[in-house]
Design a protein around this ligand. Structure first.
Ligand SMILES: Cc1cc2nc3c(=O)[nH]c(=O)nc-3n(C[C@H](O)[C@H](O)[C@H](O)COP(=O)(O)OP(=O)(O)OC[C@H]3O[C@@H](n4cnc5c(N)ncnc54)[C@H](O)[C@@H]3O)c2cc1C
Length: 492
């Protein structure tokens, strides 16, 4: 359900869905439950929340709920997120003078409780197509008082998901035109957000970030944090357009030729962790990329194809296909061909543990697995090869899909994302792809092999590169441990 807002509203009405309609007049505060879009700037959900608060002359607060468990996130993902939130919290309080409440536990409990205690009239949330998030929102709608309204704002996609398409799209070719047609309307600059008119009354929270982060990081230590990607909104903008190593400023030129070369990871934008945690808006990335399109038309067009069409297609799939992470979510032709070949003889069969430990007979695959486990971001080209080999080396497609999602979500810094579920579904179940020449095990699912990789890039060079990368990471970790031990001994 979409609403029509007054024409003076800064957020296009198509971005907003009313999940629950309460009283027409806001008497209590507005609460923005931040989930997927963890940033101050360029955030349509926050802009809408502030706008609604100002129109009703009521204050606004931001709430964030830290789940005890969300899709198996470990220190790597949670540390990155919380360190980003710590910076964000400081900035929100300083520049917007809006309080930031951090709750721990289940959002279906903490958010309605906060609404009740603060007497809030409106809850604004950002949008995620993932089923858990949607079901919490449905629950929250039932748990709050009749007078409370709930608005959901798509602050993640450039063209709001439900505006781009009202159905499950078959592939990039069927959604591309729909999105492109709407870009002039939606790919616009953002307004600057100033402090709201009304100040929050009542106690403002203080979060013990240091203890919280150290607790979360030690609980999730099985997958440690990474050091190469600085979290936060400023670092994200730096990665996009900073003068030292910014993608658009220093690395864009060869994007279309280098993006499929795993030996040139800097040829990619490296933005996926920031986009996943909403520390940067895809709309900001696209807006800035368009500014340099005259100079690098081919590179910008390829980048926008990934950033807009492929990324928003992934959200479309997860939103309109409830079985987005299951073979049942594949098209009929793909399910049939996979099932027809389930009993084909496999050259190798590996267990989940063997795969996780990179113990296969294929050094290229092992290198990609180790890149993900230790570095936290496997190169985009290798992700396709990696998932397809899991299909080839496990008992059947159901197991292959489950293992690939498990590993992807556990180790990738950008994991637990619609693009991850769709990446695994594309590789193993042929979604957003077509049927290819039938062959053993794969049936009509697109095949990739070692020889093909060898023709495309320097396979031995990539294996050597990952070996050095992992060696350096282990060495640094060893040094960090020694430093910590020395600190302990000095009693610091
Ligand atoms: C098996 C498999 C698993 C994947 N898992 C994830 C994941 O967990 N999280 C994730 O964000 N992406 C995932 N991808 C998609 C893609 O590989 C990554 O988005 C990309 O490698 C991220 O690096 P980058 O930002 O440097 O890429 P760039 O090439 O610089 O791309 C810019 C942005 O475009 C988007 N994008 C790029 N390629 C794709 C794609 N194929 N599908 C959808 N969006 C894309 C991403 O948001 C990316 O950050 C997966 C792909 C496969 C095949």
């Amino acid at each position: 359900m979409t609403i029509t807002l007054p024409s003076s509203t800064p957020v296009q009405s198509g971005r907003i869905r009313v999940l629950k309609k309460g009283s027409d007049h806001l008497v209590g505060p507005v609460v923005y439950w931040m989930f997927r879009d963890q940033r101050l700037k360029d955030n349509w959900a926050l802009i809408h929340a502030v706008d609604q608060a100002n129109k009703a002359n009521v204050p606004i607060a931001i709430a964030f709920n830290l789940f005890d468990q969300f899709l198996g996130a470990k220190a790597r993902q949670l540390g990155f997120m919380l360190r980003g939130l710590e910076k964000l919290c400081g900035e929100i309080e300083e520049t917007l003078r809006v309080p930031f409440f951090l709750f721990q536990g289940e959002a279906v409990e903490t958010i309605p409780k906060f609404l009740r205690e603060s007497g809030a009239s409106l809850l604004v949330t950002d949008f995620s197509p993932l089923r858990q998030v949607r079901s919490w929102k449905e629950d929250i709608c039932k748990r709050v008082s009749d007078s409370v309204s709930i608005h959901e704002v798509d602050a993640h996609n450039i063209v709001p998901l439900w505006v781009a398409s009202d159905k499950l799209e078959y592939g990039a070719r069927t959604i591309r035109g729909k999105i492109t047609k709407l870009l002039p309307q939606y790919l616009i600059d953002f307004p600057t957000l100033g402090p709201p008119n009304e100040n929050w009354v009542g106690s403002t929270p203080s979060v013990d970030w240091e203890n919280l982060i150290s607790d979360v990081v030690s609980k999730g230590a099985e997958v440690p944090e990474i050091g190469w990607c600085e979290p936060g909104e400023h670092a994200a903008l730096e990665a996009l357009k900073g003068t030292t190593n910014g993608f658009l400023t220093t690395r864009l030129k060869n994007y279309s030729s280098d993006r499929n070369n795993p030996l040139k990871p800097k040829g990619l934008s490296g933005l996926s962790p920031y986009l996943h945690f909403g520390q940067i808006a895809a709309q900001r990335c696209a807006f800035e990329a368009n500014k340099v399109r005259k100079v690098f038309p081919q590179a910008v067009d390829s980048f926008l194809e990934e950033l807009i069409v492929r990324r928003e297609l992934a959200d479309n799939f997860c939103f309109y296909q409830p079985k987005y992470d299951s073979i049942e979510g594949a098209w009929e032709w793909a399910r049939k061909t996979l099932m027809d070949h389930t009993s084909d003889k496999r050259e190798h069969i590996y267990t989940k543990e063997q795969l996780e430990k990179a113990q296969t007979a294929d050094p290229l695959w092992n290198a990609s697995q180790l890149e993900m486990v230790h570095y936290g971001k496997m190169h985009g080209f290798m992700r396709m090869y990696w998932a397809k080999k899991i299909l080839e080396w496990t008992a059947g497609p159901i197991e292959a899909l489950a293992i690939s999602i498990y590993l992807n979500d556990k180790y990738e810094l950008d994991g637990r994302d619609p693009s991850g579920y769709v990446g695994c579904m594309w590789s193993i179940c042929g979604i957003h792809d077509q049927g290819w020449k039938e062959r053993p095990v794969f049936g009509k699912i697109r095949y990739m092999n070692y020889a093909g990789c060898k023709r495309k890039f320097d396979v031995d060079g990539y294996i050597a590169y990952v070996k050095r990368l992992v060696g350096d990471i282990k060495k640094r970790k060893g040094e960090d441990l020694l430093n910590e031990k020395a600190k302990e001994l000095r009693g610091q």
